[in-house]
Design a protein around this ligand. Structure first.
Ligand code: ZN
Length: 424
């Protein structure tokens, strides 16, 4: 399979791009090659790497808007967990499809997922064709999150070939997984060449409880039991000491900034500037649709940047502005976090539009209001646009959205709608 993309804007210049199989084969000023498919951007579309959502729980799209604006304990214990308990394998399948549809419509080409019953997510991912890292969840209180279950899944998945899917081991957190099972998870990840994906230091309570129990903070705890290295993806990392940031940098860990979820659940303030200065790779995620409530990465990156300009403890100048904060998390850096840094975190050969990379990219409509008058593409993308500006999505050399049309869109939506009316 080959695709010839004509007349698209790449780094302010008109280019043609030839896709062969699942790779970007050639980028040139004028290509007239035979191809199985052709897309003409007519100089009105720009090509960009697809967005990479580095932390989500895709099936939770079925819980979007079910419970909001409640104290954390009530939200989780009275609303989210009881409804999640009722979710069947089919619900997870249809919920994941809804999430994938939303991600494609808003320009995401890869997501890093954490949810139980991974076979349901895999079925949805394979049917639609997006790229994903599927987490095999360890959660001590849930029979689906047992070691036995993960071993079984692993044996089954090893026998199959996946085009767009790789796997991680995903111990949920340090407060829901025992020390023994955390250590087992890392050993299992090393033996099977898997990434390890975990929530860490999301709330102050988590840090306080860890300090009380082990006399050390969460990053120090994970370091002590051998969980930290470049293959470890830490979601949230809101509450970090300077010492912990040094450890994350030294161990080359991947961290995921989830600005909307951190704000909505009042978790705290992600130390972007300190982590960046320390050289830690920062990726971006939406978290699940219960705590966001959108999976639109182009909206997420606006929050990611703007939130960093707020400084609750800032040194204010006489005009009331902390001038230094204005330059933190500029548009291009944040866009890079959502693309290139995400690819690095997930160890995927994508994240940039260059020859030899995977053909995972998006076209955006430069006639959309948000790109006009058009001084700076990255400023427009981060501060003015949302996912609506994405016109075409290609993943692994396959067109998943053409001129904003995704196959079976209305069917996916109505199937998800039916599910929620049955359960709530
Ligand atoms: Zn999460």
């Amino acid at each position: 399979m080959s695709i010839l993309i004509k007349n698209v804007i790449l780094n302010k210049e008109k280019k043609d791009i030839f896709i062969k199989g699942n790779k970007i084969e050639r980028i040139s000023d004028n290509l007239n090659l035979k191809a199985d498919d052709k897309i003409d951007g007519k100089e009105k579309k720009a090509i960009l790497p697809g967005l990479i959502n580095c932390h989500t729980h895709s099936a939770m799209s079925l819980l979007r808007g079910y419970a909001d604006d409640l104290p954390l304990k009530d939200w989780l214990e009275k609303k989210i967990w009881p409804l999640e308990k009722k979710l069947s394998q089919d619900d997870i399948y249809f919920g994941t499809k809804l999430a994938i549809l939303e991600m494609i419509k808003t320009g995401t080409t890869t997501f890093n997922d954490m949810y139980w019953r991974p076979e349901a997510a895999i079925k949805a991912i394979e049917e639609i064709g997006i790229r994903a890292v599927v987490g095999l969840v360890i959660l001590d209180s849930n029979p689906f999150g047992s070691i036995k279950n993960v071993k079984n899944y692993s044996e089954i998945f090893k026998k199959r070939k996946f085009k767009n899917i790789t796997f991680s081991i995903a111990p949920h957190s340090i407060y829901t997984v025992s020390k023994e099972n955390l250590i087992w998870s890392k050993k299992f990840a090393q033996e099977n060449n898997l990434l390890l994906h975990i929530h860490l230091s999301e709330t102050k309570k988590e840090v306080d409880d860890c300090s009380k129990k082990y006399k050390i903070r969460p990053v120090e705890y994970l370091d002590r039991i051998g969980l930290l290295d470049k293959n470890t993806i830490l979601a949230h990392t809101v509450w970090l000491s300077d010492k912990e940031i040094k450890i994350l940098a030294k161990k080359k860990c991947q961290v995921v900034y989830n600005p909307c979820s951190n704000m909505k659940l009042a978790s705290g303030f992600f130390p972007y500037e300190k982590l960046k200065k320390a050289g830690v790779n920062i990726a971006i995620g939406t978290d699940g649709a219960a705590s966001n409530n959108s999976l639109d990465m182009l909206s997420e990156i606006k929050f990611a940047s703007l939130l960093q300009k707020i400084n609750p403890m800032g040194r204010l100048l006489s005009n009331g502005i902390d001038e230094r904060k204005l330059t933190i998390a500029p548009a291009y850096d944040i866009f890079k976090s959502a693309t290139e840094n995400g690819a690095k975190a997930l160890q995927i050969n994508s994240g940039r539009i260059v020859q030899g990379k995977l053909a995972d990219f998006i076209l955006v409509d430069l006639n959309h209001i948000c790109f006009n008058p058009g001084y700076n593409l990255y400023s427009d993308l981060v501060y003015a646009c949302n996912g609506d500006c994405v016109s075409d999505v290609i993943v692994n050399g396959k067109v998943l959205m053409r001129d904003r049309v995704v196959k079976n869109e209305s069917k996916i939506i109505s199937e998800a709608k039916n599910r929620i009316y049955l359960k709530a």
